[in-house]
Design a protein around this ligand. Structure first.
Ligand code: SF4
Length: 255
């Protein structure tokens, strides 16, 4: 595992290898694991066949996905989608990554972060000493915005209740917001990612009764941006190391 983490850290910074990710050993296994572990696959079929609502976290996520998100037509993004992209990973995760929305490959597969940016996110997670199965990965909007544009404000408003319900179920210790749209949405701010990143912020998660739970949130650069601007990886890595320290994860030597 230590060697794998060291490799992942090295590959995270190895700018000349980003676009040759298919040569690397991890993505195929990661994709296979992702297909095995979407939340709806974790819960078992009983969650939807019984009249009794599931009480376990995976089951609650499955019900939310199958009964509300899959057929959702609350905004115009439903018109061009092939699949809704609910989320993937552990319903018991201590750490949740939130991006802005599915891209081409994610829409095709129905799994978040499986394209090139997703493969870099996987490198980032492994560099932290974790696996994709250890964390939960989702987006602000569950359907692909056309031409990979940022989600519009009304689309975010329509879709974000699903995200907040996911977070209420999972109850993560820390959230990492990937990129500007996710950070601005979760922190309800117009401040850009460059000024938000590098420190924890308080994310206020309200339940239906109005009670508020505060979750530390670290904004950092979106992996798609890091692919375009590899010099910014140093800053993203510092953000992730702050997250690791807060979770009590060992920091790599010379990190
Ligand atoms: S983006 Fe969200 S709100 Fe809009 S149709 Fe898809 S699931 Fe529904």
């Amino acid at each position: 595992m230590a060697g794998e983490i060291a490799d992942a850290v090295a590959q995270f910074f190895a700018t000349d290898r980003y676009f040759g990710l298919s040569e690397l050993p991890v993505p195929r296994a990661v994709l296979a694991a992702a297909r095995r572990t979407p939340a709806r696959a974790n819960a078992g079929s009983a969650a939807t066949s019984n009249a009794v609502a599931p009480t376990d976290k995976a089951g609650r996520l499955e019900v939310l996905d199958l009964e509300q998100v899959k057929g959702c037509r609350k905004c115009r993004l439903c018109e061009g989608r092939n699949n809704t992209v609910f989320g993937v990973g552990s319903a018991e995760a201590r750490l949740v990554f939130v991006g802005e929305g599915p891209g081409f490959e994610e829409d095709r597969q129905g799994i978040p972060f499986v394209g090139k940016a997703g493969q870099l996110l996987t490198r980032m997670i492994i560099a932290m000493g974790l696996r994709r199965d250890d964390v939960y990965i989702c987006n602000i909007v569950k359907c692909r915005p056309p031409n990979n544009r940022d989600p519009a404000a009304d689309e975010i408003m329509a879709c974000s209740p699903y995200l907040y319900e996911q977070l209420r179920v999972i109850e993560p210790e820390i959230i990492v917001a990937l990129g500007s749209p996710a950070s601005k949405t979760l922190l309800d701010t117009t401040t850009g990612i460059s000024r938000l990143r590098g420190q924890f912020h308080d994310f206020k998660l309200r339940d239906p009764l109005g009670d508020v739970r505060t979750i530390p949130l670290m904004p950092t650069y979106h992996p798609a941006y890091l692919l375009r601007s590899p010099n910014e990886k140093v800053k993203a890595w510092k953000d992730l190391q702050m997250v690791m320290a807060r979770l009590g994860l060992p920091l790599p030597q010379g990190g």
